[in-house]
Ligand binder design. Structure first.
Ligand SMILES: CC(C)=CCC/C(C)=C/CC/C(C)=C/C=C/C(C)=C/C=C/C=C(C)/C=C/C=C(C)/C=C/C=C(C)/C=C/CC(C)(C)O
Ligand SMILES: C[S@@+](CC[C@H](N)C(=O)[O-])C[C@H]1O[C@@H](n2cnc3c(N)ncnc32)[C@H](O)[C@@H]1O
Length: 368
């Protein structure tokens, strides 16, 4: 009898890649479900850009808002959106196949649960609308990953380059940032206890959404907002309308050039680190360490890479996003923990994020 050749590493991959094996597995009753699921998942990746563009067209035509009122026929939507009816049918059919719309028996389309949820997610439609910039940057992925693309996204968020931005740009960026901040604040505050904190400083606090949310959950806490001089005016109005003006100190400044306000026993950095390189962050964390007393707390909240266990939202979206911005990167919990440790913080064990596509949280403290 002929000797059986030993199995070499990688043999399973070669077997699965073989069209003959694929054909057999697709027919064999015990494997055909798996083959179909893998095939569908792979096809979803192949078609991902079309899916995103269907979503984008739906949002740009305001179709989710229109359907909030009542289900509609393709002809009515075509008229309203100034799209030929046959093309509108393709869009609606596509959106229905993606689970955003439902096709009713009488031919009208209505929102599904996911479609209706989208209307209420703060900032999501603005996010989808501004993805044209990101997707242009990604149009040539080989050049993008080689670092050969002059990305547009870098110009979209000019504050990152040291605050060279006028009031119009500041307002545009802040709206996008503030709207999406609601969910980030909610998930952060559900994962972090601010009990015992007397004065919280939100560094890079933008238009003050995180402090506003933190204030309502902690009525005795004093608040400090530190951000670039062009950005802080937006926070003034927000605090005034939330009746918080008396509880908040607004401190304009740059963490690159200025020291951080003292007298606080907690500092939060919400979606700040991933905009910057390691050197800038090392300096910032060291300034946080200097500003805080023994026992002082540091809260970092932003989308984090899964590290050893890659995570889809952070590793296949935010990492590309921050790469397109060219100034920072999406880091894992472990990487941020190392930077905090070097700055002299004791880092608490990771807590499972509620929604990794919204944010992950790291807590650290100054040894007392
Ligand atoms: C009543 C009946 C009939 C049934 C009840 C059943 C039931 C309980 C249904 C629940 C339905 C429901 C309420 C669903 C809610 C769904 C929600 C809230 C979904 C939320 C989704 C959020 C998403 C997709 C968020 C995406 C966020 C993104 C893409 C953020 C991007 C941020 C970026 C790019 C920031 C960049 C800025 C910079 C500069 C890098 O810092
Ligand atoms: C991505 S935004 C996050 C804003 C807010 N924390 C949030 O989550 O919505 C980053 C913030 O850091 C601020 N920032 C950037 N560079 C800064 C600097 N050198 N000093 C102070 N703030 C800065 C920006 O103005 C902006 O408000």
């Amino acid at each position: 009898m002929a000797a059986v050749a030993p199995l070499r590493p990688g043999w399973t991959h070669r077997l699965i890649a073989s069209p003959r094996f694929q054909g057999w597995a697709a027919r064999f009753p015990l494997t055909q479900g798996l083959v179909r699921r893998d095939g569908e998942a792979l096809f979803d990746l192949v078609a991902g850009f079309c899916h995103s563009q269907i979503l984008s067209a739906l949002v740009q035509f305001d179709i989710p808002d229109i359907l909030m009122e009542r289900p509609a026929k393709p002809a009515a939507l075509a008229l309203r959106c100034e799209v030929p009816e046959a093309r509108m049918k393709v869009l609606l059919q596509g959106a229905a196949s993606l689970g955003l719309l439902k096709r009713k028996r009488d031919g009208r389309f209505s929102l599904t649960r996911k479609g209706a949820a989208m209307v209420g997610v703060p900032g999501l439609r603005d996010m989808i609308r501004h993805h044209d910039v990101l997707y242009r940057d990604l149009a040539d992925p080989v050049a993008f990953f080689r670092g050969d693309v002059e990305t547009e996204l870098a110009g979209f968020w000019p504050y990152v380059f040291g605050g060279e931005m006028g009031p119009t740009e500041a307002a545009r960026y802040s709206r996008l940032m503030t709207e999406s901040q609601a969910m980030v604040a909610e998930d952060t505050l559900r994962r972090v206890s601010l009990r015992g904190v007397k004065r919280l400083c939100d560094v890079g606090g933008g238009a003050g959404a995180f402090l506003t949310a933190a204030a309502s959950a902690n009525p005795d806490m004093a608040l400090v907002l530190f951000d670039l001089p062009q950005v802080v005016p937006q926070a003034t109005a927000r605090f005034a309308s939330a009746g918080l003006s008396a509880r908040v100190d607004i401190v304009p400044g740059s963490f690159r050039d200025d020291s951080l306000p003292d007298g606080c026993d907690a500092i939060s950095l919400v979606r700040v680190l991933y905009d910057h390189d390691d050197e800038t962050i090392a300096d910032l964390l060291s300034k946080c360490r200097t500003a805080l007393p023994p026992g002082g707390r540091l809260i970092i909240s932003e989308p984090m890479s899964g590290g050893d266990v890659p995570e889809r939202a952070a590793d296949a979206y935010f990492s590309l996003y921050t790469m397109a911005m060219r100034t920072g990167r999406t880091r894992s919990f472990a990487e941020i923990a190392t930077l905090c440790g070097t700055a002299g913080f004791d880092v608490a064990r990771p807590v499972r994020p509620l929604r990794p596509f919204v944010t992950s949280v790291l807590q650290a403290s100054v040894s007392s």
